[in-house]
Design a protein. Structure first.
Length: 218
């Protein structure tokens, strides 16, 4: 049996950044690794300049995320931006451009957080931070406040899928980077923060368990 920390992400709007330029900022359909790490780091008071603290948090956690909404609804917000880099870099210049920023609308997710074998981070530390956050937690962007408390509780289960199955609604696609749940249905995301002064990201593989799929623990 393994321990898991269960969170509920619920908000009118959420935005989990994908590969972006200033004139186009899409959102992934589920919370990214960098977004979840940023949310927890904000609650824990880990500053962006604390490279070692962010790296320690990153190597300590794995995430399994279940989409609880019946369908994905997106909203696009438009802004006028000066001196912006554009997707078509040849057309970048001094003139204002209209930027597009995507948001998920009325999305809900259940997240099972697992600890790696070699970590100094504890669930007790994370739980205290979620109950009394140093900085206000948001769902990807500052314009996306939470609609309910993030923390559900800790629990034990044979794996993250079994942990998620104990929380309604027990349907919906699950995305996981847990090594124990690696399967043949994977997608590649560039959402692993490099923890440098420049905001850069590495890629990772995410295993997908579609809605209604069965899983037998090994």
């Amino acid at each position: 049996m393994y321990s898991f920390l269960i969170l509920k992400l619920d908000g009118v709007m959420q935005a989990w950044g994908d590969h972006t330029y200033e004139d186009y900022r899409p959102t992934v359909n589920f919370p990214t690794r960098s977004g979840l790490l940023g949310l927890l780091a904000a609650c824990m008071g880990i500053e962006r300049s604390d490279v070692a603290g962010l790296a320690e948090l990153d190597k300590s956690l794995c995430f399994s995320i279940r989409a609880d909404s019946e369908k994905t609804i997106k909203l696009t917000d438009f802004h006028t931006v000066m001196n912006a880099r554009k997707v078509d870099i040849r057309k970048s210049g001094e003139y204002p451009v209209v930027s597009r920023r995507e948001y998920l609308c009325d999305a809900k997710f259940t997240v099972a957080i697992g600890l790696s074998e070699h970590t100094s981070v504890t669930f007790d530390t994370i739980q205290r931070a979620l109950k009394q956050p140093v900085y206000t937690p948001v769902l990807g962007r500052r314009s996306c406040p939470i609609s309910r408390p993030l923390l559900v509780h800790t629990m034990e289960a044979v794996d993250a899928l079994a942990a998620l199955a104990q929380f309604e609604p027990n349907q919906g696609t699950i995305y996981t980077d847990s090594p124990a749940l690696r399967n043949d249905r994977q997608i590649r995301l560039r959402d692993v923060p490099r923890h440098a002064r420049v905001r850069q990201f590495a890629t990772r593989m995410v295993s997908v368990y579609p809605k209604g799929s069965t899983h037998v623990p090994e």
